[in-house]
Ligand binder design. Sequence first.
Ligand code: BGC
Length: 415
Amino acid sequence: MTMMKTLKLTAAAVALTASTAVAEDVEVLHWWTSGGEAAALNVLKDDLAGNDIGWQDMPVAGGGGGNAMTVLRARVTSGNAPTAVQMLGFDIQDWAAEGALANLNALAEEQKWNDVIPAAIQRFSTNDGAWVAAPVNVHSTNWVWANKALMDELGLEQPQSWDELVAAMEAAEAAGYTALAHGGQAWQDATIFDAVAMATGGPEFYQAAFVDLDEEALGSDTMKEAFDRMATLRGFVDDNFSGRDWNLATAMVINGEALFQMMGDWAKGEFLNAGKVPGQDFACFRFPGTQDQVTFNSDQFAMFKQGDMVSGEQSYLAESILSPTFQIAFNKVKGSVPARTDLDASELDACGQQGYEDFKAAAASGNLYGSMAHGHANPAAVKNAMYDVITAHFNGEYDSAAAVEELVTAVQINK
Ligand code: BGC
């Protein structure tokens, strides 16, 4: 790709490349296996190919990355860590604390990452003063994706409140459509819960419950109301939702079978991959009641130590990822927005431009909240414990009052 040809190896990368005897392939472990995700990943592959760096693909299917993290643990335990790994939030911190990640400070200083990556993202890219991961993007989970033709057919405006959201889904159901396209997998249930909890209790509640793990917030009536709303949403999914992959749920909205999907903006990558145009074929809007907040997650590439120093290939990969051209080219396809806040976003589509403005505004005003569902609010043990409760409730094992109690206990045991 021409973009890569213009990217110059920095002095730091050249020095590091020189320190490695032979140029090696990068082996990249990731969970980008849907159509839209694979298209975005190709931007990175082409980028490296343009600079004669080979790519060994290590895809591990499973949205949200749970399966990928299990495979990663096995690889590292057997002494065979991949070169680079797609990773989220607290997982990066856990691996850094184990001393497994290469230090990218030389490159970060030279390229002034400090000046262009907001603190809320750096909080996960750095550990103990060292840059240990290169942020590729910023996604956010509090979005609703809608089929535009169905909205028009049903005479629906963009819902501004919970009640309007429910009314829109009732209208879709009454007309014989699936109101809410969803896949019954724990991480997907939790993704909806991010937005529902934020909308129900507001940012202070979200922060107290999911980030500070405050017992009072976890056990509150507000939390019970959030679970009640999840039960309401459960009533709008179709009978075959159990186990369905997220991108198949997106396809239901793309095909006009379903009105809405509540999902992170990786869903937009599927619409784009299907040739759909925002504003024309589909609509994107913030989950009603969360218009001023962004519940974010950032895909980052952590480089596993291969020797004493970061390898030239790793350094080059990190440099490419942070380059302005790559950040725009990749995120245009992926559905996310750049992790750097200093870029011209005019090439992004309407949803992307809104997402980038929302992200920058939320970063500046302190309204950027780490996604619980995607590992940016609390460590994996707590996150997984929360998943279990949210999913059991979604599937009717607990009523809302019992779910609240279970949530408090699960957090107590796992924090
Ligand atoms: C990642 C996205 C990915 C999504 C579904 C999220 O955790 O951040 O990049 O597209 O999972 O697999």
